[in-house]
Design a protein around this ligand. Structure first.
Ligand code: MIC
Ligand code: SF4
Length: 642
């Protein structure tokens, strides 16, 4: 029986392990991507690894998240990133050049190669047949230094697409439908591979919208084949020679399968406050809308924005709606400027933002109090928009444009005749905002601003751990809960002591002070703890505050890896019901922790309040165990190199 595409690519890159779902494997990484919000840390970590130049085929450092410069911090970070890139051989995509995933798809993604990115939406490049995975910055730093990437061999879920999308129904509706069926935990431990006759009808940017939001399923990655459509896209990007055909075997085997009938879909929206709270736009009804935001790495391609411009042409944005648009890349923006679509957007009353993440990560454009914001983005976690009581709905660009005109959530099918936007024969290619690293880096001085603080050094795991439960939270806690982003906190990403004051600030503002006063502690969580972003700050900052373990029902993949990388023990309850018996402030004792871990003995946690002992598991591979014992991946790697 034949191999699916995921296994073909993983097999071709396998460094250690076997392709058996659930086992640890290591794969060779050919390309890396970092963005500024995670990239300063990744670069500081790369510097700490003492390697003179990146060893990948291609590493690109993007600036797209922290582009709002309300103080010196972000500008200093940009300068640091630019100089580090030059010194160590990374390409540098300047602020204004676009969102990392959109630009990477346009200019760098190559079918069949591997990409590791310090951002959870790195699988966007899967739309181009690339196996692209999101990870914490430290894992990416290790890959830049030539190390393989360790992951749990995923199961492969086949999503068979049949028939064609009806007018006004888009790629966003496809992934919202998959989210509706599988939920935000549905992809954990899996690669979602798209196949079937419906694939041929989707352009590469449409495929990328789908693979992008696979992150919201918790999937390790999402992947489309590389076919004639991929070839046409790469040719239009002037990169036709990088195309290779990549298809699953005709009799490929999968671990699970589901079918999506594209013809049966209708416009969908994810309701507050989760990307899987999906309903049809019709079902939600004509609720009043205060803000419409179009952009983000999910939906800001040339075709997306041309569609929006076509809908708005000659019309006026509703007087009660603020419409903001952030084109995904400078390529998209320049093409809209050249063909006049930008003038249509401006004439209709759109507020133009630069090509960057912007409102998606709470960098401005917070909605009004209690307001409704309709966004083409991928996440609507509570508070992420910058307004705690705002209601954010996630939709496709057509639905967003319809709401901008009517002031109400509107099914775009009410707009009349539909015109599909064709891919241009050639995109506008101008890479001058991407700086090539100099051949001789010796002369480059790395510039650090005063906000860039040295990496904290963690201690090895202690033999005995007695620690308080600092916080008990429920299911599906996101990294936006653990460490929020937004215009106030993001500028502190290079300063762990300062950013750690904001750990869990939206959940319990006293957390950081209590953790410090107690000299650290333990966090108790429910299922899917740490879903969402790849930000390792959500592990690094708690580690800085002395958090030694998180005891949860289950973890999201990237966050669990980040906890291990920063020396925090990810423990799961052997009996999920034991979760109910724990309370905040309980004093927990883990006796002979190091020795038991080393001797592979069952760990148990004694609750001093009740006297009860709970069995817990760690599920660590031998390598992960050594990393936690050493106090994190940096300590471990340094020890290995010694
Ligand atoms: C996000 O969408 O949450 C981010 C900001 O892009 C993050 C990375 C970060 O926190 O810097 C992600 O998705 O990994
Ligand atoms: Fe940027 Fe938003 Fe995409 Fe994250 S999800 S990379 S913040 S546009």
């Amino acid at each position: 029986m034949g191999e699916n595409l995921t296994r073909k690519i993983l097999g071709a890159h396998l460094v250690t392990g076997e392709l058996i779902a659930g086992r640890e494997i290591a794969v060779k990484i050919e390309q890396t991507l970092t963005q500024d919000a995670t990239g300063t840390m990744a670069c500081l970590q790369f510097e700490a690894l003492d390697v003179p130049r990146v060893k990948t085929e291609l590493s690109v450092s993007y600036v797209d998240h922290n582009t709002l410069q309300t103080g010196f911090e972000n500008a200093d970070d940009h300068r640091y990133l630019q100089t580090v890139a030059a010194k160590y051989g990374m390409y540098f995509s300047r602020p204004g050049n676009g969102i990392c995933h959109q630009v990477h798809l346009e200019r760098f993604a190559v079918p069949g190669k591997t990409l590791l990115g310090s951002d959870s939406h790195t699988p966007t490049a899967g739309g181009c047949g690339m196996l692209a995975i999101g990870a914490g910055g430290l894992d990416v730093a290790v890959a830049m230094a030539g190390g393989p990437f360790y992951l749990t061999m995923p199961a492969v879920l086949k999503v068979e697409l049949i028939n064609k999308l009806p007018p006004w129904v888009t790629a966003k509706d496809v992934i919202l439908e998959v989210l509706r069926r599988l939920g935000v935990k549905g992809g954990v431990g899996k690669v979602v591979e798209y196949t079937g006759p419906g694939v041929a009808g989707l352009s590469v940017p449409e495929r990328a919208t789908i693979t992008n939001m696979g992150a919201e399923l918790g999937a390790t990655s999402s992947l489309f084949p590389s076919d004639a459509v991929t070839k046409k896209f790469l040719e239009a990007q002037g990169r036709g020679e990088q195309w290779v055909e990549l298809l699953p075997a005709a009799d490929a085997v999968y671990d699970a399968a589901l079918t999506v009938d594209l013809a049966a879909l209708e416009p969908l929206a994810a309701c507050p406050h989760s990307p899987d709270a999906v309903k049809t736009v019709r079902e939600i009804g004509a609720i009043k809308v205060d803000q419409v935001a179009i952009g983000s790495c999910t939906n800001s391609s040339y075709a997306d924005l041309m569609q929006v411009a076509g809908i708005l042409r000659g019309k006026q944005v509703h007087e009660q709606v603020s419409l903001v648009i952030a084109p995904g890349s400078r390529q998209v923006l320049a093409m809209l400027a050249q063909n006049g679509a930008l003038a249509d957007l401006i004439a209709a009353g759109a507020r133009l933002l630069e090509s960057a993440c912007g409102p998606c990560i709470g960098m401005g454009q917070a909605p009004p109090s209690g307001g409704v914001s309709v966004r083409t983005f991928n996440r609507n976690f509570p508070g992420r928009s910058g307004t705690a009581d705002a209601a954010v709905y996630l939709v496709g660009p057509e639905t967003a444009a319809a709401a901008a005109l009517t002031g109400r959530l509107t099914d775009p099918r009410e707009l009349g005749a539909y015109k599909r936007i064709a891919q241009p024969a050639r995109f506008l290619i101008d890479d001058r905002m991407i700086i090539t690293p100099p051949a001789n880096p010796a002369a480059v001085a790395v510039l650090r601003g005063p906000n860039i603080k040295a990496l904290p050094v963690n201690q090895a795991l202690p033999e005995e751990l007695t620690a308080k439960v600092l916080l008990k939270v429920g299911d599906n806690i996101t990294t936006d809960h653990i460490l929020p982003a937004g215009a106030k906190i993001l500028p502190l990403r290079s300063n762990i002591p300062a950013i750690s004051a904001h750990v869990f600030s939206a959940v319990d503002p006293s957390f950081a002070a209590r953790a410090k006063a107690a000299g650290g502690g333990i966090v108790v969580g429910g299922h899917n703890y740490g879903q969402g972003s790849s930000r390792e700050h959500a592990a690094l900052a708690p580690s800085y505050l002395g958090v030694k373990a998180v005891l949860a029902k289950s973890f999201a993949r990237i966050h669990r890896a980040n906890l291990i990388n920063f020396g925090i023990l990810p423990l799961t309850f052997a009996r999920a019901a034991d979760y109910d018996d724990l309370e905040k402030d309980d004093l927990l004792v883990l006796e002979a922790l190091r020795s038991r871990l080393q001797a592979e003995e069952q760990l148990s946690v004694k609750n001093s309040r009740t006297g009860a002992s709970l069995a817990v598991s760690h599920g660590l591979t031998p390598r992960q165990k050594d990393i936690v014992l050493a106090g994190g991946l940096l300590n471990y790697t340094k020890k290995q190199n010694r």
